[in-house]
Design a protein around this ligand. Structure first.
Ligand code: NAD
Length: 352
């Protein structure tokens, strides 16, 4: 018999095409009348269109969200919230915008409605990572959980294929580490495998045809499931490495996950055979690493941290940081082996 503990976070999910039109009803349901819409500068137009759907319930748009949730940006948004007397926020975008909504909720207690437009999965987690003074700090608190998540497949049609691919691999990374989590359980195992399966099948179709609705729906469904995994169980070496690399060298989040994942899985493969078998089966491959490698090849993704701007001098520092205060991992986290992992990922060499 396998003993386990299963915790489920409260969540209300609307999934479909055109679901953003249900935003005013959701605001009504939550009793919200003055909502500030959040977006990145790139997604200002979609932010404006969401404010239009909200009509008189929108107090304005703050389009300054950026990656890794800098505290300085949150403070700017808080000033707008105070001036507009907003009673809630609507985040439309990827993990960067969701992160800003969570940072606001943490400080104000305001409810959030999130409309995700990438596959990062932050909307399903009680986790908030923020950066200040070049350091990224993460905390877990139910205070940052959104009230409602509206998945509207139409909002993802414009996500460029290259970002779709890395974002989808970011999601697959959540599910992969959930499969060897110390606090794993059978429910999350099922969800993780289904999430990987849905994304691995959808991403190549999206690269071939970015506006393919059914493929986009499958990918967003997979992203939701992978986000659930991230929110439900502890992550391990892979997430620790990406968190350290992203925060220390300001590397793009999803690209970093994509490059590190094969190396992290290879590091853990012998210590987590059951998880590897689940990943392999979800990828439709005889083993996890060759299945993942084939998917990355098919999606034509970058395989080296040097290519995305990591300095070579950072390898040693990253190894120190990632091993100083490690997350639990199925294989012991050894500094020399982690240094070699990062060095290979930096150089774009095959995992060992
Ligand atoms: P992102 O939100 O920065 O989006 C990447 C880029 O794509 C942005 O320029 C954005 O404007 C653009 N974009 C997003 N959706 C688009 C669409 N549909 N069409 C066209 N352009 C679109 O990137 P991300 O990878 O989604 O999120 C990364 C951030 O999220 C990081 O800060 C990371 O730490 C955080 N994150 C947090 C959690 C968590 O649980 N706390 C989980 C995953 C990611």
């Amino acid at each position: 018999m396998r003993e386990f503990v299963y915790n489920a976070a409260p969540a209300r999910i609307l999934f479909g095409s055109g679901t953003r039109q249900r935003l005013p009803d959701e605001a009504e349901r939550l009793g919200l009348e003055r909502l500030l819409v959040l977006s990145t500068p790139d997604q200002e137009a979609v932010g404006r269109s969401i404010a239009e759907i909200l009509g008189s319930r929108a107090t304005g748009l703050f389009s300054g969200a950026v990656m890794h949730t800098p505290v300085a940006v949150t403070e700017e948004a808080l000033a707008v919230i105070a001036a507009s007397k907003a009673d809630g926020v609507v985040a439309v975008g990827g993990g960067s915008t969701t992160g800003l909504g969570k940072a606001i909720a943490l400080r104000t207690g305001l409810p959030q409605i999130v409309l995700p437009t990438t596959y990062a999965g932050s909307e399903m987690t009680p986790i908030l990572g923020e950066t200040e003074g070049g350091l990224k700090r993460t905390q877990t608190t139910a205070k940052v959980l959104p009230g409602t998540v509206i998945y509207d497949v139409d909002l993802t049609l414009s996500l460029p294929p290259s970002i779709s691919s890395v974002s989808g691999i970011n999601a697959i990374a959540h599910a992969s580490e959930a499969l060897y989590a110390r606090d794993g359980n059978p429910v999350i195992e099922l969800i993780a495998q289904e999430g990987i399966r849905a994304l691995a099948a959808a991403l190549p179709r999206i690269v071939d045809e970015p506006r393919n609705g059914p493929a986009r729906a499958d990918a967003l469904y997979g992203a939701w499931l992978c986000g659930l995994c991230l929110g439900a169980v502890g992550m391990a070496l892979h997430h620790k490495l990406c968190h350290t690399l992203g925060g220390s060298f300001d590397l793009p989040h999803a690209e970093t996950h994509t490059i590190v994942l094969p190396h992290a899985l290879s590091y853990n493969a012998q210590a987590a055979p059951r998880a590897m078998a689940c990943i392999a089966s979800a990828l439709g491959s005889k083993d996890a690493l060759s299945g993942l490698s084939a998917l990355l090849e098919r999606l034509k993704l970058k395989r080296s941290l040097a290519e995305i701007g990591m300095p070579e001098t950072g390898i040693s520092r990253a190894a120190d940081l990632a091993t100083a205060n490690p997350y639990w991992n199925p294989r012991p986290v050894e500094r020399d082996a982690v240094y070699e992992l990062i060095r290979r990922a930096y150089a774009g060499e095959a995992p060992r």
